[in-house]
Design a binder for this molecule. Structure first.
Ligand code: S3P
Length: 167
């Protein structure tokens, strides 16, 4: 069984995922990092040079590979839920936790980060709100558990998830 983290950009999937893997003694599959390894260039560059469709196709392959593994903490990219095939593959052998972050916090945490191509627009705050509104129902429908992120430290989030995982 895999432990899967989904949620919006800035919700802490990578950081919480790497701590969870350490605490639980599980392997870590950070899909964004694996996409960059496979492509040999950064995500920002994939978007810039090849476009979002190429990125999503790479994401689908990397997600399918990770989902086929076992005993992994899988930290996904914020858009993984846009493709039903990703969600189905991840749910097949995984318990999915949705890291639910407030729009304002997501905006603060991603502000000035050029590595997130979808937010390289004039009105970043409006774009965070728009994307979050569009995706929230998908995150909710895809997850087994929803974990509220705002106001909690990484360690608190890890403890909360570990408790559910060990039940
Ligand atoms: C994306 C989120 C990013 C990365 C890519 C697309 C999205 O991951 O996969 O830029 O569509 O929300 P993070 O959620 O780790 O920032």
């Amino acid at each position: 069984m895999n432990l899967v983290l989904i949620g919006f950009m800035g919700s802490g999937k990578s950081e919480v995922g790497s701590r969870l893997a350490a605490v639980l003694g599980m392997g870590l599959a950070d899909t964004d990092a694996r996409i960059e390894e496979r492509a040999g260039i950064s995500i920002a560059h994939i978007f810039e040079r090849e476009g979002e469709d190429v990125f999503r196709a790479l994401e689908r392959q990397v997600v399918a590979d990770a989902a086929a593994g076992d005993g992994l903490v899988i930290a996904t990219g914020g858009g993984v839920v846009l493709d039903r095939r990703n969600v189905d593959a991840l749910r097949d052998n995984g318990l999915i936790f949705y890291l639910d972050i407030e729009g304002e916090d997501a905006h603060i945490r991603t502000a000035g980060d050029a590595a997130r191509p979808l937010l390289n627009v004039g009105d970043r705050e409006g774009e965070v709100r728009r994307l979050l509104e569009q995706r929230r129902p998908l995150y909710e429908a895809s997850a087994h558990y929803r974990i509220r992120v705002s106001g909690k430290s990484v360690e608190e989030l890890v403890q909360e998830i570990v408790e559910i995982w060990r039940r």
